[in-house]
Design a protein around this ligand. Structure first.
Ligand SMILES: *Cc1c(COP(=O)(O)O)cnc(C)c1O
Length: 389
């Protein structure tokens, strides 16, 4: 069977796939159909938190599969109740809504901002501010939230009510809030713009933005779909910025490789949803929730310290090195701008040499498993460095 040929014949060509067919793996090493092994620095776009077929994760999944795989949200199940408890205890948030993806977690976040503001101030307070170069998902509403024109052109009309301001420009935000006084429901940010090129927001800007939101009673939402679940060296990236958001969305790495989204509601939004206001057939699936419980339990202080150390190692090794124009990111969410080559060229060269990397805009993007063994990490960074030259 020629998988790549079959795929090209029958699957809608929305992805530019790399010419590799992954068949198996163990931890941070994946194997293609020819038996070639790669060190995986993408982990399925920040999804496989503990790599591929991690034994602890597998055990949690298999144990739940042996009990019940799905029950619908018409009944209670233990895994999603326990997971919601853990998420709340570890963030100080008050309630959780479970879905299946990042876009859905953001849809729920947007509904919470809209309804939360309308409940308190009336329905004309419905604008949501997001940042230019952001990415919030592929559904029509999350595309509208996404501050990148190239995603908008083909799918008009989009959901109205979104306004984009340049990231890092506090004056632009202040002007916008003045021009739209009493009309802004919420602000939604990614602390590190992932798809936008792995660009961390400046701490001073984020603080100014949060203060402005507080002053004007504007709700603050943080999209932690990519930055969440230990990725940046804190459980959630907003913690590294000292924020106290009203609502947080997360997905990608939450269940370590199974589809699960979560929207965390803080004090001011804890009561925003009542029966029938939102729902999802698959959301809170017990197998995904059991996987996430196991993942969360392992994202402890020791692991987070390890994430920050591995990050420091990369910055020390690559910043200012030959062939490297810039290194940016937070924790194990890193973007590297090659000095002379394109990101795609570097990624192709790495792949030849058995290292899988991703791109984001003009950057080589790294999102390794949080527990990638140090020896593998250092070896992969060495190869990446050579490929940048
Ligand atoms: C990936 C991503 C999304 C969309 O998540 P899906 O699971 O693909 O729907 C939303 N926001 C951010 C910041 C992301 O990185």
């Amino acid at each position: 069977m020629n998988v790549q040929k079959l795929d090209r014949q029958y699957i809608a060509p929305t992805y530019n796939r790399f010419p590799v067919t992954i068949v198996s793996g163990r931890g941070s090493v994946v194997t293609d159909e020819d038996g070639k092994e790669y060190i995986d620095l993408g982990s399925g776009i920040a999804v496989n938190t503990f790599g591929v077929s991690d034994p602890v994760w597998q055990e949690a999944v298999i144990a739940q599969l042996g009990k019940v795989q799905h029950s619908s949200n018409l009944y209670y199940t233990a895994p999603c109740a326990l997971l919601a408890e853990q998420l709340c205890l570890r963030t100080g948030m008050r309630k959780v809504f479970f879905s299946n993806s990042g876009a859905e977690a953001n849809e729920c976040l947007i509904k919470a901002l809209r309804k939360g503001a309308a409940d308190r101030f009336g329905p004309e307070r419905n604008l949501i501010v997001t940042l230019e170069n952001s990415f919030h998902g592929r559904t029509l509403t999350t595309l509208s939230a996404t501050g990148q024109e190239r995603f908008h052109a083909l799918f008009q009309p989009l959901t109205p009510g979104f306004v984009h301001v340049p990231a890092g420009d506090l004056e632009a935000l202040r002007t916008l809030t003045e021009q739209n006084a009493g009309r802004i429901a919420g602000i939604l940010i990614e602390c590190v713009q992932g798809e936008g090129g792995v660009i961390p927001l400046e701490p001073d800007y984020v603080k100014g933005l949060a203060d402005l939101a507080e002053e004007q009673d504007i709700l603050l939402g943080v999209d932690e779909v990519q930055t969440g679940n230990g990725r940046t060296g804190a459980l959630y990236a907003y913690m590294r910025y000292g924020l106290k958001p009203d609502v947080v969305s997360t997905a990608k790495g939450l269940a370590g490789g199974l589809p699960l989204g979560a929207t965390l509601l803080g004090e001011r939004l804890a009561g925003v949803f009542g029966p029938g206001d939102h729902g999802s057939t698959f959301g809170g699936n017990p197998v995904c929730a059991a996987a996430a419980l196991s993942v969360l339990e392992r994202i402890d202080d020791a692991l987070l310290a390890e994430v920050r150390e591995k990050s420091d190692y990369l910055f020390r090794t690559m910043q200012g090195a030959e062939g490297v124009a810039a290194v940016a990111g937070l924790g194990l969410m890193i973007g590297i701008l090659p000095a002379e080559k394109s990101a795609a060229e570097v990624v192709a060269a790495c792949r030849e040499r058995g290292v899988l990397c991703l791109t984001a805009k003009d950057r080589v993007r790294l999102l390794p498993a949080l527990n990638i063994p140090r020896e593998l990490w250092e070896r992969a960074v060495g190869i990446l460095l050579e490929c940048c030259k």
